[in-house]
Design a protein around this ligand. Structure first.
Ligand code: ADP
Ligand code: MG
Length: 311
């Protein structure tokens, strides 16, 4: 690596001493070295964000740094894994110091707030593309798998959906009101790491909502070979999203919009009293395959989602 690149990494991404004892060696050598604790499994995930595909060219770089890390930590949360380290691969069209300063601040602040060490990465020139790999630990056989839902399980959501979708509509000038909560949900999603850890041993199947509630719940149903009924009226919605639905009639938006990063999980009825209060019951797993959405007691047909198994 050229000295200029190394200086760049030291300037913007160099961490101090690793926060986690599992990190034996961080940035600076050919590889990072991780000590593997006994009786834990290593959970590994990676997500890439490409300009024009995952973010708009004029996005605030600090928000981008935050979100790039958040979406990866969210995958670990959905597994019940505790994040401890990440790597960062940057492809940059040019060295833009004010951009890098803001981006790295957004990234490193979220990393520090979750006690995650940046242990390595790669820096190349090219069109703007950002990749994170995140590492976490989960006690052996306690990971929350998509395949673990059983008929009779209750379906829960960790919080409201549709805010990020509304934020995107605002950013695309498709909705005239600058709802700040919606923009925050889109640009500064908070990965549900603490909840993911709390759900170990309580929840059965779990997924994070990145592609939309129907699509992501659909993944649980497919992998678990079950179906479900979903009660639209029980889905937690913010006042902003309710206002949007009242103004436009678009009640399906919270079902199909992505990027909220709430957790959706199934839990056996005899475990539901152990859940944190903010988790909301929205439906039930059934043996009959397919997803049946009820609104005001009527079964609904949903348009415009990749998920096809609608009864
Ligand atoms: P190599 O040529 O062996 O792949 P590099 O020269 O690419 O090594 O990187 C040197 C060191 O800097 C490595 O420890 C690498 O992990 C780290 N590094 C490079 N780019 C980044 C980055 N964007 N973020 C964090 N660490 C990085
Ligand atoms: Mg390299």
């Amino acid at each position: 690596m050229a000295k200029a690149e190394f200086d760049l990494i030291r300037r913007y991404f160099a961490c101090h001493q690793p926060l986690n004892s599992e990190v034996a060696l961080g940035i600076g050598d050919d590889c990072a070295l991780i000590n593997l604790p006994a009786n834990q499994q290593l959970a590994i995930t990676t997500d890439t964000m490409v300009e024009g595909v995952h973010f708009l060219p004029d996005v605030d770089p600090a928000a981008l740094g935050h979100k790039l890390l958040a979406v990866n930590l969210s995958d670990l949360a959905a597994m019940g894994a505790k994040p401890f380290a990440v790597t960062l691969a940057l492809s940059l069209p040019k060295i833009d110091h004010s951009w890098l300063e803001a981006f790295s601040l957004g990234f490193m602040q979220l990393a520090q707030s979750h006690a995650v060490d940046l242990v390595g990465g790669d820096t190349t020139s090219g069109s703007l593309s950002l990749t994170v790999q995140a590492l976490g630990f989960v006690p052996s056989s306690q990971a929350l798998l998509r395949s673990a839902a059983q008929p009779g399980d209750l379906i829960y959501l960790s919080g409201p959906v549709g805010d990020a979708g509304l934020g995107l509509k605002i950013r695309l000038n498709q909705y005239p009101f600058q709802e700040s909560r919606a923009l925050l949900a889109l640009e500064r999603p908070q990965p549900q790491v603490a909840l993911g850890l709390a759900l170990r041993g309580i929840a059965r199947a779990c997924i994070d909502i990145s592609d939309g509630l129907l699509a992501d719940l659909g993944h649980i149903l497919e992998r678990s070979e079950v179906g479900a009924r979903l009660d639209w009226d029980a889905i937690p919605l913010s006042a902003e999203v309710i206002r949007y639905i009242e103004a436009t009639g678009d009640w399906q938006m919270p079902l199909v919009a992505g990027d909220d990063y709430q957790l959706c999980f199934s839990v056996s009825p005899d475990q539901q009293h152990l859940l944190p209060e903010r988790c909301v019951k929205i439906g039930q797993i059934e043996a009959d395959r397919g997803l049946r959405v009820f609104k005001s007691g009527q079964i609904q047909t949903i348009q415009g989602t990749g998920y096809e198994h609608f009864a």
